[in-house]
Design a protein around this ligand. Structure first.
Ligand SMILES: Nc1ncnc2c1ncn2[C@@H]1O[C@H](COP(=O)(O)OP(=O)(O)OP(=O)(O)O)[C@@H](O)[C@H]1O
Length: 299
């Protein structure tokens, strides 16, 4: 267990999901799922491939309009529109990295700030003093975020030239730029080596320590068990178990449907020998400039 894992959870509800169901024709990908997340909590969402985890995230962030159910953020029912969800205070990262490949690291983070900048088109075109001030403030905030994730020294690099692990960090910085109260991370350690995974754990704790609640989808069970105050398990679209990590990892239904055997932390030594970071290109279509529909590029 990492030393920074002391819980900071409060009883203030940040997210309250009730009865969310998502059907695609005859397929029910998510069935009647409830989930609450309190301030300062890190909640894990696990389950086998195709269990409905990403679909559930897409329902929370307005990429999909759920067939039924409601999503409340801090007591306000969210409309299923991605930009309104971001404006309300929920940010996310994607399973397949979606950066603006041909923009710099700093510019990628600045894009993430657009929901928080108030200056209008004319102010920008005429470069009025208000716009210049806002621009300067945005740059300072973006640089502070890059420093926070450890990428400030690469602010001028093109996103496409970053190694894979740093692209994931940049995605997180860009999500944080919208000043969220809740961050949804979809497989943040996919493709990472053990050292990068441990560093991501520390980063997630540091984000939580900034007062941001987190829901994280991940297949790396050790990562989930180290990190999460609470874990929910989806199987075939249904939430079969939810509870503290140490309880969930021993639950027979979870073992039968997903884990195969009880989770044991047998990896004390594996942080000693980090493998070289895999290089991966920025995801296809990442520089399209849109948020996509959340599914086809996730495959
Ligand atoms: N847009 C869509 N149209 C039709 N079916 C879809 C769509 N999106 C997801 N599905 C289906 O919904 C089910 C749940 O998929 P989803 O990607 O949410 O699972 P997951 O738990 O995130 O899986 P993984 O761990 O592999 O990422 C799958 O059967 C998938 O094929």
């Amino acid at each position: 267990m990492t030393t920074t894992s002391t819980t900071a959870a409060t009883t203030t509800k940040v997210l309250d999901v009730t009865g969310v169901t998502m059907k695609f024709g005859g397929l029910t990908a998510v069935r009647d799922v409830n989930l609450t997340v309190n301030g300062g909590e890190i909640v894990g969402l696990i389950g086998p491939n195709g269990a409905g985890k990403t679909t559930f995230f897409n329902c929370l962030t307005g990429l999909y309009v759920p067939t039924s159910g409601t999503v409340r953020y801090k007591d306000t029912v969210l409309p299923p529109k991605p930009h309104l969800v971001t404006q309300a205070g929920i940010a996310r990262t994607f399973q397949n990295i979606r950066l603006f490949a041909n923009m710099t690291v700093l510019e990628n983070v600045l894009v993430g700030r657009h929901t928080r900048t108030k200056e209008g088109l004319w102010s920008a075109l005429l470069r009025l003093p208000g716009f210049k001030r806002a621009e300067q403030e945005s740059r300072e905030k973006a640089m502070e975020l890059l420093e926070f994730v450890g990428l400030d020294h690469k602010a001028d690099h093109l996103a496409r030239n970053l190694p894979y692990g740093e692209q994931r960090k940049l995605e997180i910085a860009r999500a944080l730029a919208s000043e969220p109260g809740l961050l949804l991370l979809d497989e943040p350690t996919a493709g990472m080596n053990p050292a990068e995974t441990r560093a991501t754990e520390e980063l997630v704790f540091a984000i939580r320590d900034r007062g941001i609640a987190i829901v994280v989808i991940e297949h790396d069970i050790r990562f989930i068990m180290n990190l999460c105050d609470r874990v929910a398990v989806l199987v075939q679209g249904e939430k079969i178990v939810e509870g503290p990590a140490e309880v969930v990892q021993r639950d027979e239904r979870v073992i039968a449907a997903y884990l195969g055997e009880p989770y044991e932390d047998t990896t004390a030594a594996d942080s000693a020998a980090p493998a070289p970071a895999p290089e991966a290109p920025v995801a296809d279509g990442a520089d399209r400039g849109d948020a996509g529909d959340g599914k086809e590029n996730d495959r």
